[in-house]
Design a binder for this molecule. Structure first.
Ligand code: URA
Length: 234
């Protein structure tokens, strides 16, 4: 959030007054004087005015979005593609996606302005189990299933054992539920490709215990208090 807005939001003074404090060199971020009204304050930054700690009162917002295909998981796109920001633009707080989903993957995306939670959930050390339903071309034989469950080479990286369940095997395609707790780029697609089954469609249905459920594509819902506490406990 911009520094002058951050100060005004805290209730310390108006935004105009905040600009004056900044211009006069009375404001410090993490101990260093700043003169730029619009500099961004990040989560965890310590802002003081003449030594008084200014605490943000910005409400933390947590939503579960059902991302449709054809949206990118960033807040802006220089190529003019649709972004997930458009799907939550009626929420006044500026939300950020927790991790990524490919342009051509649909399903559950958590979005929040809680930078601490985003950091924790996306840090490789804390990767949570994520559940996907993939439709893949061909037959997913027992040998291929066993490979996915053991771990496969996706171009110099051996994946950790995945939990895999075939939901349906049709003559020419299979519908498979797969759970992984790593977040390599296009990991699920690469894992199936590594065993010889091309992914035709991919949807994320859960992140840990947070489930997509019946949320319609392009819609979001606020997470419940229990869900937020659960995510923070991970
Ligand atoms: N794995 C993929 O291949 N794509 C995603 O979007 C997420 C996981």
């Amino acid at each position: 959030m911009r520094l002058n807005k951050y100060i005004a939001n805290s209730g310390f003074c108006s935004r105009r007054k905040a600009d004056e404090y900044i211009a006069n060199g009375n404001v410090k971020i993490n101990g260093a004087v700043v003169h730029e009204m619009g500099i961004q304050v990040e989560d965890g930054d310590k802002v003081t005015i003449n030594g008084t700690l200014i605490e943000s009162t910005e409400k933390k917002v947590y939503v579960a979005l059902n991302k449709p295909l054809g949206f990118i998981t960033t807040m802006e796109d220089d190529k003019g593609r649709a972004t997930v920001a458009e799907l939550v633009d009626d929420i006044p707080e500026r939300l950020f996606p927790v991790g990524r989903l490919d342009y051509n993957t649909s399903g559950l995306l958590i979005m929040t302005n809680d930078g601490q939670l985003t950091y924790t959930l996306t840090h490789p050390k804390h990767e949570v189990w994520k559940t996907y339903v993939a439709t893949v071309a061909g037959v997913l034989s027992d040998t291929r299933l066993a490979k996915l469950r053991r771990g496969v080479d996706i171009g110099g990286f051996i994946t950790s054992p995945a939990r895999v369940k075939v939901l349906k095997q049709a003559p020419r395609h299979a519908v498979v539920e797969i759970q992984i707790h790593e977040g390599k780029n296009r990991q699920v697609r690469k894992m199936f490709a590594a065993v010889g089954n091309r992914v035709q469609s991919l949807e994320r249905t859960a992140i840990g215990d947070i489930r997509l459920g019946r949320l319609m594509e392009g819609h979001y819902r606020k997470l419940t208090k229990e869900e937020i506490e659960y995510l923070k406990s991970l």
